[in-house]
Design a protein around this ligand. Structure first.
Ligand SMILES: Cc1ncc(COP(=O)(O)O)c(C=O)c1O
Length: 412
């Protein structure tokens, strides 16, 4: 059964046409515009089927074999599959697959290792840190004393000397490595060395690259970090959710930090969908996909640079690109609006030095659709032309519609 059939034939259309129209509208939006948001992807029909399964009805507080509710035999089986597959996929001794989101996973990691008031070293927010890395608007900034390291003004690369100096002078209890917008591989061995020198725990927040790690195209944080947090959406292509990996010695602390400390009942339909996604990510087809994601990002970054955008760090190792549009005479916020009108959907991001904003884009979703380097070069040219005013938004919208029609995200 294809996704479109599922929606159209669904009881929802008869019972609640108003909401059915909303869902069909979203399906139409996703399949007729260009999805370049770096944190998004198209899950498989099998993942969607697990999300819409009867496990959505099940309460299962606790862990397999030790639940607070009856009737958990199938919930247990689903969670055991997800845990075993995650451990095998990433070579981890322990996996917790219950975290509701990437933020919940980070919260649980802090809960497992830290006390309120502890000092934590993380990439500063204007340099690509996530809200959970010390934003004053987030629990992390309110409950911990965050110290930010940054990226070098010239190269855009993490300033390793600054990390080492801050670790020596501020003696953090934990160091966080991971970012929402850093396009290069992270040197986990370096962070481990600095954490050991400072007597700090190392937490890798690998929400973005985890799918690339699964596909063998990015280094793994698992051998280096005490705790690895990740999302299961993004390049990994699973359901929206979180995951935590660690060694056996921290397993119990991490599990207790998720339930009962920060969460109640796990969302068992999501846990089942994570199991499906981990199964998919273990296949040669997924490794080929992950490699193509990076090849596409490199092609897109090269096209954008050739069009005059300032691509941070001069390129990418991952699915993710950040770029300053100022050389084209537009700021990031205006650029995002113009591109949205043309059907090109992406994000703005902070630029590390100065107070301008740039664009953040990624190739996970378009690669799932089957696009390749040729399409990326075309998209780079179209995007720049829209920003320069060379192509009217309405004309570009038609070009986008024509392009994506050849790459439907789901079978029709
Ligand atoms: C590095 C990093 N950490 C945490 C998160 C939070 O994930 P979620 O939105 O699922 O809470 C994200 C999401 O983009 C992220 O990129």
């Amino acid at each position: 059964m294809t996704v479109s059939h599922a929606l159209e034939a669904d009881v929802l259309r008869r019972q609640d046409p108003e909401l059915a129209d909303v869902l069909l509208g979203e399906r139409e939006r996703q399949s007729t515009t260009l999805q370049l948001i770096a944190a998004e992807n198209f899950t498989s029909p099998a993942v969607l089927a697990a999300l819409g399964s009867p496990l959505a009805n099940k309460y299962a507080e606790g862990y397999p074999g030790n639940r607070h509710h009856g009737g958990c035999e199938f919930a247990d089986a689903a969670e055991r599959l997800a845990v075993e597959r995650a451990k095998a996929l990433f070579g981890a001794e322990h996996a917790n697959v219950q975290a509701h989101s990437g933020s919940s996973a980070v919260l649980a990691a802090y809960a497992a290792l830290l006390r309120p008031g502890d000092t934590v070293l993380a990439l500063g927010l204007p340099h690509g840190g996530h809200l959970t890395h010390g934003s004053p608007a987030n629990f992390s900034g309110r409950w911990f004393d965050f110290v930010g390291y940054g990226v070098d003004a010239e190269s855009g690369l993490i300033d390793h000397e600054q990390v080492r100096t801050l670790a020596r002078t501020r003696r953090p209890k934990a160091i966080v490595c991971g970012s929402i917008s850093y396009p290069r591989h992270i040197d986990y061995a370096f962070f481990r060395e600095v954490a050991d020198e400072a007597g700090a725990h190392l937490i890798a927040d690998a929400a973005h690259p985890m799918g690339l790690v699964a596909g063998g195209v990015a280094p793994s944080p698992v051998p280096y970090a005490d705790i690895v947090c990740a999302t299961t959406h993004k390049v990994l292509r699973g359901p929206r959710g979180g995951m935590i990996l660690c060694g056996g010695e921290l397993a119990e602390r991490v599990d207790r930090a998720v339930f009962p400390f920060t969460q109640g009942g796990a969302q068992m339909h999501t846990v089942a969908a994570k199991a499906v996604a981990f199964g998919e990510a273990a296949t040669p087809a997924f490794a080929a996909y992950a490699h193509q994601v990076v090849a596409n990002a490199r092609a897109l970054a090269a096209a954008l640079a050739a069009e005059g955008l300032l691509v941070t760090t001069g390129g990418t190792d991952t699915h993710l690109i950040t770029a300053d549009t100022a050389p084209l005479g537009v700021d990031g916020r205006t650029a995002r609006g113009r591109l949205a009108a043309a059907g090109i959907v992406l994000d703005c991001c902070a630029l590390p030095h100065g107070d301008g904003r740039g664009l953040r884009l990624g190739t996970a979703a378009v690669t799932t659709q089957g696009m390749g380097s040729r399409e990326m070069t075309y998209v780079g040219g179209l995007l720049a032309s829209v920003l320069r005013g060379g192509t009217e938004a309405a004309r570009a919208r038609e070009d986008v519609r024509e392009l994506v029609a050849a790459f439907p995200p789901y079978p029709r």
